[in-house]
Design a protein around this ligand. Structure first.
Ligand SMILES: [Zn+2]
Length: 232
């Protein structure tokens, strides 16, 4: 069977049928999903057409599974580059414009050289131009104003921000369990991309995020998430 680990991942829901995590989206490899099925830890809610065989049985790969016992969710999102961009909705907090991810940077509001910390309260999304113009000065020293006071988001706030940036290539069977804004527009079967390749792309992106790396350098955030971002 020619299935690699990254094809046909299963969307993992908590026992309350909500995704275990939105950012990154909780996906397990088909091998982990099947293991969990046999350990009786999950229920299968939806399946792929793809089938795996063993000498004794044949089963369709699960596309959506839910945990049998509820796992408490960490309400405090991790402080990562991605989550800072998401909190700021991919907008430079000085000029207010939205940029492709590779043009966005992390800015220490109070520069590190002046004792600024690398925390939710002191790090904002900034475009390269504003970041360069600001240099090692405080916003006041160079006449820049922050669009909002940076603070640690709670999970609900981050999810609300993230609803506007659904990841690309969601498998159709996942959509009933996800609450992304504008999802209905990509709901039709014609738009439903073939599971394996699509899932692979999504998983690769998620894995690279999970490993704490920046977005792929050659992608805009729109391409990354598979949606066209509109300026509002
Ligand atoms: Zn800017």
């Amino acid at each position: 069977m020619g299935l690699s680990a990254s094809t046909c991942p299963a969307l993992v829901l908590n026992a309350d049928y909500r995704p275990l995590s939105y950012f990154p989206l909780s996906l397990w490899s088909w091998q982990d999903a099947i293991k969990a099925v046999f350990l009786d830890r999950v229920n299968i809610l939806s399946e792929y057409d793809s089938v795996v065989h063993s000498p004794r049985l044949e089963m369709r790969l699960p596309s959506v599974i839910s945990l049998r016992s509820y796992v408490p969710v960490n309400r405090r999102p991790a402080f990562t580059r991605f989550n800072v961009f998401l909190r700021d909705r991919f907008r430079c907090q000085y000029c207010g414009r939205r940029f492709a991810t590779e043009e966005l940077t992390f800015d220490h509001v109070v520069p590190r050289a002046r004792g600024g910390t690398t925390t939710w309260q002191n790090v904002v999304t900034a475009c390269t131009a504003c970041n360069t113009a600001k240099g090692a000065r405080t916003p006041e020293q160079c006449g820049l104003t922050l669009r909002s006071v940076p603070k640690a988001p709670d999970l609900t706030e981050l999810q609300e921000a993230g609803r506007h940036f659904p990841p690309g290539n969601l498998h159709p069977s996942w959509r009933d369990y996800l609450n992304f804004a504008g999802l209905s527009e990509i709901r039709s079967d014609e738009d439903a991309v073939d599971g394996a390749l699509a899932a692979h792309t999504t998983l690769r992106a998620i894995q690279s995020e999970a490993q704490g790396r920046a977005f792929p350098r050659d992608m805009t955030e729109g391409e990354y998430w598979g949606v066209q971002l509109e300026d509002d």
